[in-house]
Write a protein that binds this ligand. Sequence first.
Ligand code: FAD
Length: 511
Amino acid sequence: MSALVWFRRDLRTQDNPALYQAAQSTCVYGVYVVTPQQWQMHGLGAPAVTWWLAHVQALQKELQTLGIPLYLLWVNDFSQVSQGLHWLASQLKVSAVYFNREYEWNERQRDQHVTQTLQAANYQVVSYDDQVIFTPGSLLTGQGKVYTVFTPFYKKWCASLAQQSLYTCPPPQAQKWPKLPEFPQATPFRICLHWQTQDTQQIQAIWPDYPWDLSAYTRALYYPSVQAHGVVGSEAACQQFEAFIEAQQAVAPYRAGLLDYTQARDYPSLQATSGLSGALAVGALSIRQALTRIQAVDAEALNPSAAHKDAGASRWVAELVWREFYRHILYAFPRVSRNQAFKLETHKLAWRHDQAAFAAWCQGRTGYPLVDAGMRQLVATGWMHNRLRMLTAMFLSKHLLLDWRLGEAFFMRHLVDADLASNNGGWQWAASTGTDAVPYFRIFNPSTQSQRFDAQGHFIRTWVPELAQVTGNEIHQPKDTTRARVGYATACVEHAQARQRALEAFKALSA
Ligand code: FAD
């Protein structure tokens, strides 16, 4: 009996349920389906695509040491995947296809079609939950409903986890490199075992800015000890994780780790968060690996009791639960995968149309220093600090009153860690069209946020060089004369007026 493992966003050999189970067969092959047109339709950009493909190549090497070939199967989009996998399964003469589940709407439709096609041809199809601890739809309120507010979801998640033990599966045992079949000369799909120049060219044609410089992201985020050993792949993700656990602010003032996470995580000028979002997005690190390691460091990390909730480890786990929460939301409310608001009543909101304001936001020229610093960090590195993702998203949707979908798409195009569930969840939270329990009048004051989270202006000066020489409190809200002198943008809206405009637009929904 031989089996085919279809890798998707689970690009690792450690703790990979589909791979581990498939490897109980006599012979295992792997496949990664490259779907460039679909990625384009999903609005992904060169940063995320480059990151994914670098991880596919790292996985190929990892699998090679285990004697498992990883094929690259090229199709245009999801509509061709079932045909392509059926063809490959028949060529390899496997009896089963294994994969780990994805929860986005198009991915679910694709998987359903693949399963039906393969089962109709008598292949066994086996799938597992991998990105989450609990199957979406399995954690319900006392009334049997899906949780739509984070805190009760988090409590239920912790209580449910306390009832079971966390389990990670080992990598599969090495096998003898199998004899590979000769494919017919004229194959219906492009299939290969090695990344070739023409592959890069094909991708470049879709993203002319490819190859995007991954080192910009990794320089900004990865710990030096990890950078020295290469930053792509599951081994690098584990090293980055260890470096985060060990980092201490007392030793390196600009770098903090797990212990200081609660106090330091909101300050963008500190490297105080794990930087693991890219690894988690492609599955170079699994959620179970992350949680078991954290539990070994702090046995109480999964305990949301008041006494322990402020410990760094507990707080970090809560962030991983946000990630899982948004996956459950995406699954239960497929409309959010399809460009629609979670809160249906906000469909009628009168968003403005203002291309100049949108361009100023994209280019980091709003005249609000911390907003601009965040946007410039995103475009330059493919990553933005969480506090600034919230601030810039709220600025676009509330201060500029521009449709959150514009910003969501811009983030998708520029983020290395682009992930539909977390990005959509974050955007809808900020725009008050989503699951935020606080009503629409939560509108951050960008200057106050700047004073609180970048008090000395270190982060602003790093990313907005025009303001490098501006001193004191003026860094948060430069005077007009200063702006003119250093060539920095005038504020594109006035905070109080913009806030009032947003409040009125939301109020009009219930009029
Ligand atoms: P850490 O603080 O170390 O957190 C650990 C992990 O928890 C992260 O790697 C991430 O997987 C998860 N996490 C942390 N915060 C959140 C959150 N608010 N929501 C969901 N998961 C979270 N995250 C993405 O991975 N991809 C996205 O496309 C994305 N888009 C976002 C858009 C907006 C508007 C907002 C407000 C947030 C978005 N986030 C997204 C969540 C969060 O900003 C990033 O996960 C985080 O900044 C990544 O840095 P880190 O790995 O150092 O995080």
